[in-house]
Design a protein around this ligand. Structure first.
Ligand SMILES: [Zn+2]
Length: 179
């Protein structure tokens, strides 16, 4: 928590922005993971006031969410690729549709490689309540093979993840009409 305080001092007080440090500190007080300050600073260098604050909030949350998923899974949930630079912390219920708590909830995420992130994010695949893969009819058998996807893929879907996956099946999965 001391480290977090220093991050906030760096970002706000040092640059004499008129956002009260007590407010910022209270907002982030439930987060204890390290934050990549340089990554955030680069994003906010030309921003001020409320815009600056909301970008910082979003970046802190994204960084936090990725760390939770890297720690939880360590590899692509579908194929096992474990090169950290290639892995995406993918929201099950999309980030834009999630509330502030859902955005950082580790149960609302899968760690995926670029191909499988794209398939999941675009709704070509989803998962049933037992974690078995669902493959949209719109993805040809040839493309399933090229993308290393088959009907026997199974992920661990915990109780807490199910509401998010239900949302994905209903709103993101391309074959949602047939559910
Ligand atoms: Zn993968």
């Amino acid at each position: 928590m001391i480290k977090l305080y220093h991050v906030l001092v760096q970002l706000f007080v040092r640059e004499k922005k008129d956002i009260r440090i007590e407010f910022i500190y209270a907002y982030f007080s439930d987060l204890s993971l390290d934050i990549d300050v340089k990554y955030i600073e680069k994003d906010i260098e030309n921003l001020e006031g409320d815009t600056r604050l909301s970008v910082i909030k979003a970046r802190v949350h994204q960084s936090d969410f990725r760390k939770i998923l890297l720690c939880k899974y360590g590899k692509c949930c579908i194929c096992g690729i474990d090169e950290e630079e290639l892995l995406t912390a993918s929201h099950i219920k999309p980030w834009v549709k999630s509330d502030n708590k859902e955005k950082v909830n580790g149960y609302n995420g899968l760690l995926l490689c670029p191909n499988h992130d794209k398939l999941f994010d675009s709704g070509f695949i989803s998962f049933d309540n037992k974690g078995k893969i669902l493959i949209s009819k719109s993805l040809s058998v040839e493309n399933q093979q090229f993308m290393n996807i088959s009907g026997d893929i199974q992920i661990n879907l915990s109780y807490e993840m199910k509401p998010f996956m239900t949302y994905h099946r209903k709103h993101i999965y391309k074959d949602k009409e047939s559910l």
